[in-house]
Design a protein around this ligand. Structure first.
Ligand code: ADP
Ligand code: MG
Ligand code: MG
Length: 517
């Protein structure tokens, strides 16, 4: 921060000043769509929970998270390409979890047997990191929390909040210069272009579809959404951007209604997906739902997922790509031979990593350089099965649980078991099911102080932040070619340190932006 370490952060502001800042945040949020739906009154929204100030974040750690994104996208491409390997691992998981992972896997296998009609497959990913404070590196080392391959959220709202924080500084709403306090520098609050970049990736998928089909008339993207979604405007922002910048129309449907509102027509060997009411042909099925058991309350939703998977539309993501984001796969990647098998990078990934690092090509081996950067983001993750490492981990889970988090193969927050709760949790379930979990070392985040504005109330205290970097991909499963590999900017989420998890929609955390220091 400007002026050195002794300077207080966030800056001390008077009650009156804070009330004014809060008012600006609320009004700007409502005026610009930094909003969650209220969930109570139909058609009304409330400002999204946000930090009052951007949180200080190490510039070098931030750059490293951006630098490795394309490399991670490539690694997941290699994993999905190696279908045999992936299916073997996933079918193990399916045995522990037949009603969810197992059923998704069945859908994939069934569509494979029937002969998939679309070889292009897309993904919007997000790799999440916490800065590990206990490291030799100045500014701390980013450590990966998880790699998400389905329904990643807040790409829309993240752009909005970095714009808002930037505005509050630029227009001196914080009123710091008047009080003679060290000013925040707006140039150190970069604006995340995630909204524009994620929309562009979806547009690329759409364009690839219509180019191959040779027709453009009446094609549209389908957003598969959850019923009653409070974070719908984060999705709407993508929908509006798709239309405004790319002229692409979108529709929104829940899995519940997909079967009745959509139909399929056969054209040669292709099962074209059509939106009944508009007769639009669906180019891309973009999932903002379907990642957890609660998205499939009845057979209707399962049947819809199969119906979509078995269509000619490009799936973002396919069932297989979704499952490649399992925490078990992340654990397996920390195994050196497995990592080496999948750590292959395209030329453009290697070149870009150098540009981000601002280094010349002549001095370093680019592949080694990127490999090391990615390996630096790993913490130890153990299986809990009956392998040698699994048995070692079982001992660790009981001897020193305070160092670990236990994770099932689930997404969306609220599913993990922390620290001292691990032993009693494990003893409460049959030992034969332990292999369904992974045991991960806890990352020790650096603490900052900040203020969180949620539902009109300001909460002050120690906070910890998690940085997510978005990625966009488009692969051809037949040829193994990659048509898109993008680094799509970032999201910062922040929570009060007293809460183990930081889900914004789940009510634990809020959206933040980075103040690079
Ligand atoms: P989900 O897919 O449900 O989001 P995550 O792996 O992201 O699961 O875990 C949820 C939250 O738990 C994270 O956002 C983070 O706050 C916390 N968490 C997960 N893994 C770790 C870890 N290794 N160290 C510290 N906190 C963690
Ligand atoms: Mg996740
Ligand atoms: Mg997460």
């Amino acid at each position: 921060m400007a002026g050195g370490n002794e300077v207080q952060y966030p800056p001390r502001v008077s009650h009156q000043n804070e009330a004014n800042i809060v008012r600006y945040i609320q009004d700007w949020s409502l005026a610009n769509g930094l909003v969650l739906l209220s969930g109570e009154l139909n058609g009304s929204g409330i400002p999204a929970p946000v930090t009052v100030f951007p949180s200080p974040f190490s510039k070098s750690a931030f750059n490293e998270a951006l630098l490795v994104q394309k490399g991670y996208n490539d690694i997941y491409h290699e994993i999905v390409k190696d279908e045999q390997w992936l299916l073997k691992e996933l079918s193990e998981l399916g045995k522990y979890d037949p009603d969810f992972t197992g059923r998704l896997l069945d859908i994939h296998l069934r569509v494979q047997r029937e002969g998939p009609s679309q070889s292009l497959t897309g993904g919007l990913f997000r790799s999440d990191y916490i800065i590990h404070s206990n490291s030799d590196k100045s500014g701390g080392q980013i450590k990966q929390v998880e790699f998400n391959t389905v329904s990643v959220s807040f790409g829309g709202l993240s752009s909005k909040l970095s714009e808002l924080h930037n505005y509050l500084v630029a227009a001196d709403v914080y009123n710091l210069s008047i009080q003679g306090l060290p000013a925040l520098d707006k140039n150190s609050i970069p604006i995340s272009k995630s909204l524009v970049k994620l929309s562009s990736s979806l547009a690329e998928m759409h364009k690839a579809y219509i180019t191959r089909e040779g027709r453009d008339q009446g094609t549209a993207i389908l957003f598969v959404v959850q019923p009653g979604e409070r974070n719908a405007l984060d999705q709407r922002l993508l929908e509006f951007e798709l239309f405004n910048s790319h002229g692409i129309k979108s529709y929104r449907l829940t899995l519940e209604h997909a079967r009745t509102k959509l139909t399929k027509t056969t054209s040669g060997s292709s099962k074209l997906l059509k939106h009944v009411a508009s007769d639009s042909e669906i180019s891309v099925v973009y999932y903002r739902s379907g990642y957890g058991p609660s998205d499939y309350p009845t057979e209707r939703e399962w049947s819809a997922r199969y119906f979509l998977e078995n269509s000619h539309a490009i799936k973002c993501p396919s069932v297989l790509t979704q499952l490649s984001g399992a925490k078990k796969i992340q654990q397996l990647l920390t195994d050196t031979p497995i990592f080496n098998r999948f750590a292959k990078f395209s030329k453009s990934t290697l070149e870009d990593s150098l540009v981000l690092e601002a280094k010349g090509t002549e001095t370093i081996d680019t592949k080694d350089f990127l490999l090391k950067k990615i390996l630096d983001t790993f913490v130890k993750i153990y299986p809990l099965d009956e392998s040698e490492r699994g048995l070692e981990a079982r001992k660790l889970a009981f001897d020193s649980p305070e160092k670990f988090v236990l994770k099932p193969q689930r997404e969306g927050g609220g599913n993990n078991v922390y620290r001292r709760n691990i032993p009693s949790f494990l003893t409460s379930i049959p030992k034969k099911n332990w292999g369904a979990y992974i045991l991960m070392e806890l990352i020790e985040p650096a603490e900052n102080k900040n203020k969180i504005l949620r539902m009109g109330e300001v909460y002050s205290g120690n906070v910890v932040s998690e940085l997510g970097v978005f990625g966009g991909v488009l692969w051809d499963t037949k040829t193994g070619e990659s048509y898109l590999n993008s680094n799509s900017d970032w999201l910062l989420r922040t929570k009060l340190e007293t809460s183990d998890e930081g889900g914004v929609a789940a009510g634990f955390g809020c959206i933040d932006s980075v103040y690079l220091v």
